[in-house]
Design a protein around this ligand. Structure first.
Ligand code: ADP
Ligand code: F6P
Length: 465
């Protein structure tokens, strides 16, 4: 079997050996541990000048990471990736800015990373690249005469053409994406946006099912929703129920209900609207005052990007205002914690709560929604309230699906989740668990890699013919 090389900007292990908060790091780490292989990307460090990748073997996975100079970090990561592509891909053109120098830096860093990786590639390797930081990575490898199969998976949404076209080099970016052999999306609508952009721009056409000819290349374009391992999460959640953090929350609540939210502190997650809908619940259904708390766990992310500083301030303001308005001496309506937890402890906290409140304004998939369901006690499960704009909504009809821009609807969904009868909670939970098992993390990985390896086989047959 050929070796797998995974490439992503963020490489999973942190100092403590637990993955960074973020769907990519969590999902890829679990998926790669089983197959083994090489994981290449940014070390997370800013360095004085670039150097060769540093190599670290941990179990089945070899990590090869490189530092970024301050200029590279500012232009490629903080600039074009997170101040242009991230907001645009999440439909926040109002928060997106474009700077030519940052885009040039983005292309330059992709070329630099491709050059570094090229020294490590063996002839039979298959290369799987992840996320919006690396849209031009395959093209950069092709420029170095790398002919291995290269696939790309986008963890975020892919916006409709009208939105994508607000990024000035949109055509160059999509053309670069067509240097991959397989391009994968989380949902059918993300995939459709990509296909529509190409067909409406007359850059290419769909040929047979799932295959496109575009910009002079043939590529497979598919939908591969990322999953989790639901039974492993259920087990961890059950086993860690006596951990300190879990016991503390249980004691602090003293029988009160918990609505639980966990997200990176990102404006795409809809946290302000979520707090305000909770406030509306306390106003519309005052019988819940003193009886339910919203626990929002939100570790800061990308804190040196201005839009993230603003959302942090806005949230602190909203939490303070709502708590000031409703708090009682022995009850705080919103518990707002800016910290990261050990992954399994987080799962046990999910299990302790009666409602999972996951309401992003836009999200590629949202693993937290899936983890929340998996962590529940099947005999007394909590209820998931889920945004229709999370990719996960396509796969989780057992959730109470809401529009995160409609505060009254969200408040009503919280009220019905809090009072939902056990039989209905169980039925919804078992339906969602069955779906999570049928489309788990290995389904995602294997479906993508089967398609990528199929390309490799087809190409070698063509070369021999
Ligand atoms: P995103 O990729 O946008 O961050 P996801 O919901 O898909 O969103 O993935 C987030 C991942 O990070 C989940 O696996 C979640 O459990 C993890 N995570 C989020 N917040 C924390 C936290 N405070 N501590 C530990 N892990 C976290
Ligand atoms: O899954 C979305 C994602 O953007 C990943 O690409 C990224 O690893 C994660 O969220 C966390 O963001 P960052 O890598 O910028 O800390």
């Amino acid at each position: 079997m050929s070796r797998l090389i995974v490439v992503s900007n963020r490489v999973a292990p942190t100092q403590e050996g637990s993955p960074a908060a973020g769907g990519l790091a969590v999902g890829v780490l679990d998926a790669l541990k089983e197959t083994g292989g090489l994981w290449f990307g940014w070390s997370g460090e800013i360095v004085g000048h670039g150097g060769a990748p540093s190599i670290d073997q941990q179990g089945t996975v070899t990590y090869a990471t490189v530092g970024l100079t301050r200029r590279d970090y500012d232009q490629y990561y903080r600039g074009f990736s997170n101040a242009t592509l991230w907001p645009t891909f999440h439909y926040r053109t109002d928060l997106s800015r474009y700077d030519r120098r940052e885009y040039a830096g983005y292309v330059r860093v992709n070329a630099m990373l491709a050059k570094q990786l090229s020294t490590l590639i063996k002839p039979d390797d298959v290369i799987w690249v992840h996320d919006y930081h690396l849209l031009p990575f395959a093209r950069a490898l092709r420029d170095l005469n790398v002919t291995n199969p290269i696939g790309f998976f986008l963890h975020t949404p892919f916006p409709v053409g009208e939105v994508l076209r607000t990024v000035p080099p949109h055509e160059e970016l999509v053309k670069a994406m067509c240097s991959y052999d397989v391009v994968g999306f989380q949902t059918h609508s993300d995939r459709q946006s990509f296909v529509d952009y190409i067909e409406r721009g007359h850059f290419g056409v769909s040929t047979e099912e799932g295959v496109m000819q575009a910009f002079g290349r043939v590529l497979k374009v598919g939908t591969y929703p990322i999953g989790i391992y639901p039974d492993a999460i259920a087990k961890a959640a059950e086993q860690l129920s006596d951990r300190k953090a879990v016991a503390e929350l249980r004691d602090a609540m003293r029988g009160r209900r918990i609505i639980m939210s966990v997200d990176r502190l990102d404006y795409s997650k809809g946290l302000v609207e979520r707090f305000q809908a909770f406030e509306q619940l306390l106003t519309d259904a005052p019988e819940w005052q003193g009886k339910v708390s919203l626990v929002q766990i939100a570790p800061p992310t990308r804190s040196d990007v201005q839009t993230y500083q603003r959302i942090r301030q806005a949230l602190e303001g909203e939490a303070g205002r709502i708590n000031g308005r409703f708090a009682q001496l022995d009850w705080t309506p919103i518990q707002y914690l800016n910290r990261k937890y050990e992954r399994n402890v987080l799962m046990a906290l999910f299990r302790l709560s009666q409602v999972g409140y996951v309401t992003p304004l836009r999200d590629g998939m949202n693993l937290v929604a899936k983890e929340y369901v998996a962590a529940q006690n099947p005999e007394d499960p909590g209820v998931l309230v889920l945004s229709q704009f999370a990719g996960a909504a396509e796969q989780m009809p057992g959730a109470l699906v809401v529009n995160p821009f409609d505060l009254s609807q969200m408040a009503a969904a919280l009220a019905s989740a809090l009072s939902m009868p056990l039989s209905e909670r169980k039925a919804r939970h078992s339906d969602m668990m069955a779906r999570l098992r049928a489309s788990d993390l290995s389904t995602w990985r294997d479906a993508f890699l089967d398609d990528l390896r199929h390309v490799a086989t087809a190409a070698s047959v063509t070369r021999k013919a």
